[in-house]
Design a binder for this molecule. Structure first.
Ligand code: BGC
Length: 454
């Protein structure tokens, strides 16, 4: 590469560094706007934080029983059997994972729910036949729903890769129960509906009562936390319940500065102007942001000069896993037909992956800081934050960046915030929520969908 080209490359990387940076000042601004939006969301006025009451409070650790769990939210459907011993211990006694074909995510709601029940049927055939006459199933549904009770909620809008037609505005528990009936599996009762963040918080809280926040950093991103019911101004009827978990739906936060790559990605997405934070942070999008930068650099002759930008022309062909590989010292070049990649190009790609993933982690860190400071202004007590998702678990250095920004913001007090990885939290937590729902049923009622507890 000529000296001029190297200078142009340096200039481009510094420009990227600046348009993807999150300074301490930016993080403080994120906290301040998060607080305004959280307040508005709780009051029921206009806000990009939906602040959805989950109709469940922290568990007592005494919930017992065997529950089936259906977990729908990312690229897979998972069906699990979870045992709760009533002493804070959980056992995942069986679990199956089914890939959701793209055409199911984007077809009709009936097709999607029929496919889901087929998965339950396969699981049932392998692990349940002949054991019991009826089964209680908790439904982890990781999309924004307007929750009306522990076991009902209308889909507000699809996120991530889903667009299935005819589901928005409908109660997803009804759709699932109808699909179970269609497949003659009416002996499976849907007893609870939970967001994955709520499941994750509840799963950790079952054995560690200091846990007050649940976060997902995976294909999508979101968080929930324990709120005083009296502060949920939009639902005054909840006040006597004491405490309730609020699903923030922070992925839809819309007050971040989007750069040109974010704007282009947003414009080309199926949910334009929605899920802006998610599009800058979550695993579904980091590869696509990188791909857009790579195409721009190739067009300007700053990267892979021997190849044509068409090598990276297909949207979403570059995945966050590719970036993660680079961060681990490997590369993804062969997957894109690139051979004999120069050391300069390799180091450019390393820089690019670092810049994009660091911004994601810092925004996530600022968002976590905002929620912790909302609960306890001076971080006077210890907090455990339950976190699940491949980005947090597997991306090298991701957790360090979150911890770094918490230290920048809170100094020594950041030591009071513990980030705990909770694998399978969303499924196990839903089972616990299922147990709460069942124990709340008035005896002899079969099932009751309207009750809630804290
Ligand atoms: C959804 C949330 C979910 C998150 C993580 C987002 O796209 O809106 O409900 O918790 O993904 O799965």
């Amino acid at each position: 590469m000529s000296k001029d080209n190297l200078n142009a490359l340096d200039g481009f990387i510094s420009h990227l560094d600046s348009i993807f940076s999150v300074t301490s000042y930016d993080a403080r601004e994120i906290i301040a706007t998060f607080h305004l939006e959280m307040g508005s969301g709780l009051a029921g006025t206009k806000s990009s934080h939906k602040m959805i009451p989950s109709f469940v409070g922290p568990p007592r650790g005494k919930e017992k029983g065997r529950y089936l769990v259906l977990d729908l939210g990312g690229t897979n459907i998972r069906v699990l059997a979870v045992e709760l011993d009533g002493k804070g211990n959980t056992t995942l006694s069986a679990g199956s994972r089914f890939v959701i074909p793209q055409e199911m995510m984007c077809g009709t709601g009936d097709e999607l729910f029929d496919y889901i029940t087929d998965c339950i049927q396969v699981f049932y055939g392998q692990h349940c036949v002949g054991r019991q006459r009826t089964y209680d199933l908790a439904f982890t549904f990781s999309f924004p729903v307007e929750q009306r009770s522990l076991v009902s909620g209308k889909l507000i809008g699809w996120t991530k890769k889903f667009t299935a037609y005819g589901v928005v505005g409908k109660d997803v528990v009804v759709l699932l129960s109808e699909a179970l009936q269609r497949k003659e599996m009416g002996f499976i009762n849907v007893v609870a509906l939970a967001n994955d963040t709520v499941g994750t918080l509840v799963a950790k809280c079952y054995s560690d009562p200091s846990c007050d926040m649940g976060v997902i950093l995976g294909t999508g991103t979101n968080a929930c936390y324990r709120e005083k019911a009296a502060r949920i101004l939009k639902s005054p009827g909840l006040a006597p319940l004491g405490e309730m978990i609020i699903n923030i739906e922070w992925g839809d936060f819309s007050q971040l500065k989007m750069n040109i790559y974010d704007q282009d990605l947003n414009r080309a997405s199926h949910n334009v102007d929605k899920q802006q934070l998610e599009k800058m942070v979550s695993g579904m999008y980091l590869g696509e942001i990188a791909r857009r930068v790579i195409v721009e650099m190739m067009t300007q002759g700053l990267l892979f000069r021997e190849a044509s930008p068409s090598a990276f022309s297909k949207e979403y062909m570059l995945h966050t896993e590719h970036l993660s590989l680079v961060a681990r010292g490997y590369d993804f070049f062969a997957d894109f037909g690139l051979r004999d990649v120069s050391e300069v190009d390799r180091s450019t790609i390393r820089e690019l992956c670092r810049i994009i993933s660091t911004r994601s982690a810092k925004i996530a860190g600022a968002a976590i800081a905002a929620v912790v400071a909302w609960m306890y202004v001076n971080i006077e007590s210890y907090h455990t934050i339950a976190i699940d998702g491949a980005l947090f678990e597997k991306y090298p250095g991701y957790q360090d960046h979150i911890e770094g920004i918490l230290r920048e913001l809170f100094g020594e007090r950041a030591k009071r915030i513990k980030l705990a990885l909770v694998r399978d939290g969303s499924g196990i937590g839903s089972a616990i929520i299922g147990a709460i729902a069942v124990s709340d049923r008035p005896s002899g009622s079969g099932h009751d969908s309207g009750r809630h507890r804290s």
